[in-house]
Design a protein around this ligand. Structure first.
Ligand SMILES: Cc1cn([C@H]2C[C@H](O)[C@@H](COP(=O)(O)OP(=O)(O)O[C@H]3O[C@H](CO)[C@@H](O)[C@H](O)[C@H]3O)O2)c(=O)[nH]c1=O
Length: 355
């Protein structure tokens, strides 16, 4: 059995504003690589060769980054969705691309340590109408929630106020073509979206078999800034050391560090795991664990850790240590050594500063 892929890269990304005013949320980097690239890798590793990519307002940017698929070992077909009306609406939009083939749908802002191969292999060996991936979470109210009985899914609810279990739906689903007929008849939910969770519940109501696979290792939905910082931390746990740039004699490198081309470390301490892109300058600074610094960034007389910095930003003379922060593209954060030490800010809408 050969599955097609459906990768969801549309939506609005409202919980990641202001970063997502200028770019797609699925392209925010984790360990200096767009989140969406890890999703494609996971699909390809699970044996998927043809992937339909659902795009929204940021379609052009997504297409420019992903290309034809050749670089990933697959082939992309771009499918624009007129408005982000829900995951089931995305399936409906992809109807003619998917045809009568079974398919793996994956949400482009989800990261999974153990990949998608187990889910796909299990789906291929059984006679299932659908197969979903689940993980136990403390507070399941912001997810789809499943009740499982003897390996079969018996109930599914989207973002319930009173969850019937702790099993949350991870954004990965295998479907037989049975799903299309249901998606056609689906009514919007209370939040006004066509929910894939409701479509799968309809399969259950029709006595079709919905199988569950459980996540091994960590899973992250990167919908909120703190999720991106946490995903970055998890991803950096695995990086090997790789130094291409230049480190001067008065600098100290401890632990696993990656340093890109033409980058320079001067009179600084870098304590890994840390990943630093190309053309970065770090001077008289301390860069602590779980930090990812994008291409073209400059950091001077500043201490930071557990932080994600997007390309082309400039950070200098910040008096306090920057911690647990997410700094957008081409941002400027500048401290002042002379008095008066007033704080001057030019911040985008919905920015957040904790002093
Ligand atoms: C609504 C919609 C979303 N998308 C994309 C944007 C995101 O990359 C991805 C997920 O969209 P979100 O709106 O963030 O979905 P979210 O509220 O997190 O909930 C979904 O994902 C959760 C797991 O992350 C599941 O537990 C929920 O059952 C499922 O509904 O799909 C589209 O491409 N088109 C759409 O119409």
């Amino acid at each position: 059995m050969k599955l097609k892929g459906l990768l969801l890269a549309g939506g609005t990304g409202s919980r990641l504003r202001p970063l997502t005013y200028t770019g797609a949320k699925q392209l925010i980097p984790v360990a200096n690589r767009p989140i969406l690239f890890y999703a494609v890798d996971a699909m390809v590793q699970a044996g998927i060769e043809d992937i339909g990519v659902i795009t929204g307002e940021t379609g052009e940017e997504i297409r420019a980054k992903l290309g034809t698929g050749e670089a990933f070992g697959c082939h992309f077909t771009y499918i624009p969705q007129a408005a982000p009306l829900g995951l089931a609406h995305a399936v409906k939009t992809a109807r003619s691309y998917l045809g009568q083939d079974p398919f793996l749908m994956f949400l482009g802002d989800n990261l999974l340590r153990s990949g998608l191969k187990d889910l796909v292999d299990r789906f291929k060996t059984g006679q299932y109408a659908a197969s979903i991936l689940l993980t136990e979470v403390e507070d399941p109210r912001q997810f789809g929630v499943a009740v499982v009985d003897q390996g079969r899914v018996v109930q599914l609810v989207e973002k319930p106020a009173e969850p019937p279990s702790h099993w949350a739906l991870v954004g990965a689903y295998c479907f037989s073509p049975d799903i299309h007929e249901i998606v056609e008849m689906l009514k919007p939910s209370k939040r006004g979206e066509y929910e894939i969770t409701d479509a799968i519940q309809t399969l259950i109501d029709q006595h079709k078999v919905v199988d569950a696979t459980f996540v091994q290792g960590w899973w992250k939905d990167t919908g909120r800034p703190q999720d991106v910082i946490e995903a970055n931390r998890l991803m950096l746990e695995d990086i090997p050391t790789h130094i291409l740039g230049h480190i001067d004699a008065s600098s100290e490198i401890v632990g696993r560090v990656q340093l890109g081309r033409e980058s320079q470390i001067q009179h600084s301490t870098i304590r890994g795991p840390v990943v630093i892109g190309d053309n970065v300058i770090i001077r008289d600074s301390y860069i602590g664990p779980y930090t990812a610094i994008g291409d073209g960034v400059t950091i001077e007389e500043t201490e930071l850790e557990n932080t994600v910095i997007l390309p082309e930003s400039h950070i200098s003379h910040v008096p306090e240590r920057i911690d647990q922060s997410l700094i957008g593209r081409a941002a400027v954060v500048q401290g002042r050594s002379q008095r008066p030490r007033a704080v001057r800010l030019v911040l985008g809408d919905q920015s957040r500063v904790d002093l």
